[in-house]
Design a protein around this ligand. Structure first.
Ligand code: ADP
Ligand code: MG
Ligand code: MG
Length: 250
């Protein structure tokens, strides 16, 4: 069974149709990349997967791990194992990173019929994962993303992903604003999470991220639809030719 199955998805934002018939199937263990020009609807797709308000599905379906995703609330989706790392990570003033993570971990455990995680075990787990991502104890104590630099926010998102161990990771332009070193840290963190039971959807405008995170499939999203699908070589072709072939004629 596919982990994610999107069929004929149409989405409107403020009365304007942005996604115009998306079909996408991701099997367990696969890493898919979505590339495309600015404004093509990439972030809209990630927001629809997250269940954000204001994104109206007018046609089509999304099945996730055997469930009708569109019937689920945003928090239910997270508990079911979808994780989204957004282009602009949200700040949560007043909520420390540790508290936020612990609640998220316990919500998932509860859904699986397990009790709360042991406090010491949790601390050990977070510290071990944070170390590999260059995240200090001081950062963990601070409010989530508040006052973090762009690179720190992205690393923090990967930490949350690593601790929560989701079934589907969606990364929306996680590479934007990262220098080469931060890109390497983030990519290594993502690659460490690759697993035969876990799928990833990597959304990016640029090919360079895909030098580090090797996709099984690459899709070009333009003008609200997937216009082409190929292997990782398609990303290299796009790097050379740009998106001119896919952008609406002026
Ligand atoms: P991408 O991530 O590929 O750059 P987006 O999904 O962010 O593209 O945006 C796709 C289109 O939807 C753009 O034309 C954008 O202006 C429009 N759009 C996105 N969000 C809104 C919104 N809240 N209100 C109106 N238009 C929006
Ligand atoms: Mg954009
Ligand atoms: Mg975007």
């Amino acid at each position: 069974m596919a982990l994610l199955e999107i069929e004929g998805l149409h989405v409107e934002v403020e009365g304007k149709e942005i996604l115009k018939g998306i079909d996408l199937v991701i099997e367990p263990g696969e890493v898919h990349a979505i590339m495309g020009p600015n404004g093509s609807g990439k972030s809209t797709l990630s927001y629809v997967l997250s269940g954000r308000e204001g994104y109206e599905v007018t046609a089509g379906s999304i099945r996730f791990d055997g469930h009708d995703l569109l019937e689920m609330e945003a928090d239910e989706r997270a508990v079911a194992g979808i994780f989204l790392a957004f282009q602009y990570p949200v700040e949560l003033p007043g909520v420390s990173g540790m508290t936020f993570l612990k609640e998220a971990v316990n919500a998932r455990r509860k859904a699986a019929g397990e009790g709360d995680i042991d406090a010491m075990a949790f601390l050990k787990l977070v510290r071990a994962k944070a170390k590999g991502l260059g995240i200090t104890d001081e950062m963990l104590k601070r409010a989530v993303n508040v006052g973090f630099s762009g690179g720190e926010k992205k690393r923090n998102e990967i930490l949350h992903m690593a601790v929560l161990e989701p079934k589907l990771c969606v990364l929306d332009e996680t590479d934007s604003g990262l220098d080469i070193d931060a890109l390497k840290v983030v990519s290594d963190g993502v690659n460490a999470l690759r697993d035969p039971a876990r799928s990833m959807l990597v959304i990016t405008h640029y090919q360079r991220l895909l030098n580090h995170i090797e996709p099984d499939k690459v899709h070009v999203l333009a003008r609200g639809r997937i216009r082409r699908t190929g292997g990782k070589e398609l990303a290299l072709e796009l790097e050379q030719k740009g998106y001119a072939d896919f952008v609406e004629a002026a």
